[in-house]
Design a binder for this molecule. Structure first.
Ligand code: NDP
Ligand code: MG
Length: 387
């Protein structure tokens, strides 16, 4: 029986993965090694019971008593804290989904790669903050990374096994998020509630706000560069409000292969779960006649400075990905807490990148986890003040 682990099981991606695993037969179809979560220990325990997991882990030490209580009598182990997350990820499993949000996903993801496992990666922050280290670790241990971000899954599928380095151009699409059609002057006054409404995708709150600011696409451009080894000038972004075409792969002979589908993450998660096979998934069939039309436009870098910052970070290389990601996480925390406005987020990230560029060692790609975490801490400290 195939064994699997879900890191970040209680989140939006984690719930979709849980749904797919339950539909496939749950514990009759898979042996579940570990499930991890954060604050929602009641749901974590419920999932662990339904899947008869070996161990359930919360990221927060203070939640351990509640998790133990919720698992009482089940025989399922309970553990807590960041080190327990890494230990859970290090336990052998055939397939591990990383659906933790933020840089907290990096250490557990690396633990999967260190043991040579298959890592289905939704946590794009892992590749943005530590792309070189992550890819080098996978190459050294023989681990496999399967993309779960919908655009990257779409590129992976459209490539059909061809080497990304040989294609002319890869384009990922963006819905444009909540403020696609707002007057640019209004963005500075956008509220958290307004930024948390995505027109097409149901996702966690952080990635939904990152879609409105286009930081999500900025992270995804860097993710594509790191994962597929594409030169930055060969990665494009198109605003596509319908979210039906997820990515386009343009070959050197002018042939373009697009990946289309309803905006439902269960396709990309299920594709990675069943890879290299394809199995039916509970995703609505695509009805292009009902859809009628698909529209595309070039992204506006005045409205969305995050895209320019991604290009600058790729040009800088070195620690820029780690700094951009962590500064963005800090700026988002500050926006969520009401300390800064929506448009201040990009200014904070830009300020952190500028200051980091003057630091010794910035031009070198972080070679180990400690070095990534040091840049991460620097970026958070700096983003709190750098405007
Ligand atoms: P959610 O916020 O919905 O879920 C995040 C998960 O991580 C939850 O299980 C949460 O636990 C857990 N978590 C939160 N903080 C920590 C921490 N410090 N340490 C360990 N675990 C923690 O996020 P999403 O599911 O939306 O996104 C997950 C990842 O997938 C992100 O990297 C996102 O960019 C990416 N992604 C998401 C898509 C989507 O459709 N949602 C699409 C493409 C990519 P709890 O809730 O119990 O506190
Ligand atoms: Mg995406």
């Amino acid at each position: 029986m195939r064994t699997l682990t879900i890191l970040g099981a209680t989140g939006s991606i984690g719930e979709s993965a849980f749904d797919l695993v339950m539909r496939a037969g749950g514990p009759q179809a898979y042996r579940v090694v570990a499930l991890t979560g954060g604050r929602n220990v009641a749901r974590l325990a419920e999932m662990a019971r339904a899947l008869q997991a070996e161990v359930a882990v919360t990221a927060h030490a203070e939640e351990l008593p509640a998790l133990r209580l919720a698992l009482a009598g089940s025989g399922i182990e309970a553990a807590a804290g960041p080190q327990a997350l890494v230990e859970a990820a290090a336990r052998p499993a055939d397939w591990t989904l990383s659906a933790i949000v933020g840089a907290a996903g990096l250490a557990p993801g690396l633990a999967v790669l260190e043991r040579g496992g298959t890592l289905a990666l939704a946590n794009k922050e892992t590749l943005v903050a530590a792309g070189r280290l992550v890819m080098a670790t996978a190459a050294r241990t023989g681990a496999r990374i399967l993309p779960v971000d919908s655009e990257h899954s779409a590129v992976f599928q459209a490539l059909g096994g061809e080497d990304a380095a040989a294609v002319a151009r890869v384009t990922i699409t963006a819905s444009g998020g909540a403020f696609r059609d707002w007057p640019v002057e209004r963005l500075a006054r956008a509220t958290v509630a307004e930024a948390s409404r995505h027109p097409n995708w149901a996702m966690g709150q952080r990635i939904t706000i990152d879609s409105a600011s286009m930081f999500n696409k900025a992270l995804e451009v860097i993710e594509a560069r790191e994962f597929f080894g594409l030169a930055p000038e060969r990665i494009g972004v198109l605003v596509h409000p319908e979210s039906i075409v997820h990515a386009l792969v343009e070959h050197v002979d002018g042939g373009v292969l697009a990946h289309l589908g309803a905006p439902d993450m269960r396709h990309a998660i299920g594709y990675a779960l069943n890879w290299p096979d394809r199995r039916p998934l509970p995703v609505a069939p695509l009805d292009l006649a009902a859809q009628g039309s698909l529209t595309f436009r070039a992204p506006d870098e005045v409205r969305w400075p995050a895209l320019r910052l991604a290009r600058e970070a790729m040009a800088a290389g070195g620690a820029a990905g780690a700094v951009l990601n962590a500064a963005k996480e800090q700026a988002l925390d500050d926006f969520l807490a009401g300390r800064i406005g929506f448009s201040d987020m990009a200014a904070r990230v830009e300020g952190a990148l500028d200051r980091a560029a003057g630091e010794p060692g910035f031009c070198d790609s972080p070679a180990d986890l400690d070095s990534v975490l040091a840049w991460d801490a620097f970026a958070r400290r700096t983003a709190r003040i750098a405007a």
